[in-house]
Ligand binder design. Structure first.
Ligand SMILES: NC(=O)c1ccc[n+]([C@@H]2O[C@H](COP(=O)([O-])OP(=O)(O)OC[C@H]3O[C@@H](n4cnc5c(N)ncnc54)[C@H](O)[C@@H]3O)[C@@H](O)[C@H]2O)c1
Length: 288
């Protein structure tokens, strides 16, 4: 059992990867790609990779087909900032493959900086890191409710629990992602819908390759591999715990924040003085 859980189960059923139909946004690279490989290892029946980066999804579909011939792998090009694309993905998968068992809302971007960040950049990161979750919920939850089952997994970030020096839009949108995940969890648990929220610190992906290459402030507790985050995600889903914390230190920092909020902010000031200025010049990693 994870340190942050006393074993309380919100839903009767928890996600079982074997034989499942799964959709992963941002499935072409990084954490999304690792989740796809982990699900294939655990014998998912269908894995749908949703991404704007078709080169990566095409190559991952081939890799999955070769290594896991019993798992059907397909890619759908979609811009997850757009509700019509999300609606199209859900309709297409349910029509061509069957009822979705688990949806991993994972595509996200980093946008650094502070008050100077432009309205356009705020709009882009808000749409992808926050509104995407709403779009998926809007078009998928009614189907889950009708079937009285389904897993909804949101990749937020430790930045959504602890903030992030030098990256105001990222910190704000990831707090919103956690808020959205919490709300969905307590609202839909009565319908037996499992909602979980993945909150890692630094993971070695294209996102952390930016800047100092060590994840800046997110890398202080060390960098993990995408495969570690993916394994922890699927293992934690089995337990029914809402929070997925591949970096165990995050729970310690959350406790500190709850017990001594001002002390927590003082510690964040120190991290801001170490990373804030340099990190805020890292360019956004949007592929749009
Ligand atoms: N890497 C980390 O240290 C870290 C830590 C905490 C949380 N996260 C979160 O994990 C998630 C995955 O990030 P990652 O590190 O694997 O990054 P990544 O850049 O390796 O992968 C992100 C994927 O999302 C896709 N994408 C970007 N914009 C899109 C759009 N508009 N529509 C569809 N797809 C789009 C990209 O093409 C890419 O395949 C993000 O939500 C990120 O915020 C990452």
């Amino acid at each position: 059992m994870a340190a942050h859980s006393k074993g309380t189960k919100l839903t009767k059923n928890t996600f079982e990867p074997r034989g499942s139909i799964c959709v992963i946004t941002g499935g072409g690279n990084g954490i999304g790609k690792a989740i796809a490989l982990e699900l294939a290892k655990r014998k998912a029946s269908t894995i749908v990779l949703v991404d704007i980066d078709t080169k990566s999804t095409t190559s991952l579909v081939s890799q999955l087909q070769q290594s896991f011939p019993r798992t059907k792998a397909m890619a759908i090009k979609a811009n997850c900032c757009q509700e019509k694309d999300i609606r199209y993905v859900i309709n297409k998968v349910e029509h061509e493959c069957g009822p979705i068992d688990a949806f991993f809302v994972n595509a996200g971007i980093l946008s650094t900086g502070g008050l100077e960040v432009s309205e356009d950049e705020w709009e882009l990161i808000w749409k992808l890191n926050v509104m995407q979750i709403l779009y998926v919920a809007r078009h998928l939850m009614p189907r889950f409710v009708e079937r009285k089952r389904g897993a909804f997994v949101i990749t937020a970030s430790a930045a959504g629990l602890l903030s992030m020096p030098g990256a105001l839009p990222y910190a704000v949108t990831k707090h919103a992602a956690v808020a959205m995940a919490e709300w969905l969890a307590f609202t839909y648990a009565k319908n037996n819908i499992q909602v979980a929220c993945l909150c890692p610190q630094a993971v070695r992906t294209d996102m952390t390759a930016l800047g100092d290459g060590n994840g800046g402030p997110a890398g202080l507790d060390g960098m993990i591999e995408p495969a570690d985050a993916a394994r922890d995600t699927i293992e934690t889903l089995k337990t029914g715990s809402f929070l997925i914390l591949p970096h165990k230190q995050v729970y310690k920092h959350m406790n500190r924040k709850a017990k001594d909020y001002d002390g927590f902010l003082k510690a964040m000031m120190k991290i801001d003085s170490m990373f804030g200025e340099t990190f805020k010049n890292v360019p956004p990693n949007s592929r749009l």
